[in-house]
Design a protein around this ligand. Structure first.
Ligand code: KIV
Length: 272
């Protein structure tokens, strides 16, 4: 059952701005494949992020750095095929946009052309502003990402909360305003104090979607595999689990193994 003030049909970048104006919260989850994208789209999710967290949850890497542009395009194209209503945002992987705005543009064009995604997301503020400007000139919508930016994990050294100190908080607020002014349609804030996140959301007109950034903002995003309980090793304070799928899958597999070994499966009705 929806608690939104308005029934939003197909979600576009403009719809998100409208939601912010109407005070309707934005729901966003990650997906990396056709089947789960189709299920969560049918469940009414507003935005599907083809996150570079695929590097962790799909490929088992420790960080998001190894995933390639080709791999992101493969995941994004699979997701797009399963989606009817949600806005699909595709993460630009590490190394595909930093430093050279022409390369950034050609990476973003490849994502849009080859995956059919609706927009891209990239991490950083003033350091990557030329890349964002260049991508926007091609008519490609850009979502920003500030706070904990996992592609910079080797600079930060840890995954702890960002912008607790005043200098970093001021830079984050300035970057958020810069991203708005440059033309980003929305912004993800990851792991920052709730008070700062609320201040950012109240200072800019574009929607601010948080992960570990409190409730005073315009929407929330979680990694699908985390909220479905597919990974017991990852237990950050901000995570709410809605299922314990790892346990349920294990029980189902154990039952299947027992049925096969005891010759209970297949029975007469399950054969030709
Ligand atoms: O890659 C990802 O899943 C993300 C979210 C954590 C926002 O960027």
């Amino acid at each position: 059952m929806s608690v939104a003030k308005k029934d939003y049909k197909r979600v576009t970048t403009n719809t998100l701005g409208e939601m912010k104006k109407n005070g309707d919260k934005i729901s966003m989850l990650t997906a990396y494949d056709y089947t789960l994208a189709k299920i969560i789209d049918g469940g009414g999710i507003d935005v599907i992020l083809v996150g570079d967290s695929a590097s962790n949850v799909m490929a088992g890497h420790e960080t998001t750095l190894p995933i390639t542009l080709d791999q992101m395009i493969y995941h994004a194209a699979s997701v797009v095929r399963g989606v009817n209503r949600a806005l699909v945002v595709v993460d630009m992987p590490f190394g595909s946009y930093q430093g050279n705005s022409l390369e950034a543009l050609s990476s973003a064009i490849r994502i849009m052309k080859e995956s059919g995604g609706h927009s891209v997301k990239l991490e950083g503020g003033s350091e990557v502003i030329e890349s964002i400007e260049r991508i926007l000139t091609a008519g490609i919508p850009v979502m920003g990402h500030l706070g904990l930016t996992p592609q910079s994990i080797y600079k930060f050294g840890t995954y702890t909360v960002r912008a607790k100190e005043e200098v970093e908080a001021e830079k984050l607020l300035a970057d958020a305003k810069l991203l708005e002014k440059t033309g980003c349609f929305a912004l993800v804030l990851e792991k920052v104090p709730a008070k700062l996140a609320q201040e950012v959301a109240e200072s800019i007109s574009i929607p601010v979607i948080g992960i570990g950034a409190g409730n005073g903002i315009d929407g929330q995003v979680l990694v699908l595999h985390d909220m479905l309980g597919m990974n017991h090793e990852f237990n950050p304070r901000f995570l709410r689990r809605y299922l314990n799928l790892a346990d349920d899958i294990k029980v189902a597999v154990q039952s299947y193994v027992t049925d096969v070994k005891s010759s209970d499966f297949p029975n007469e009705k399950e054969q030709y």
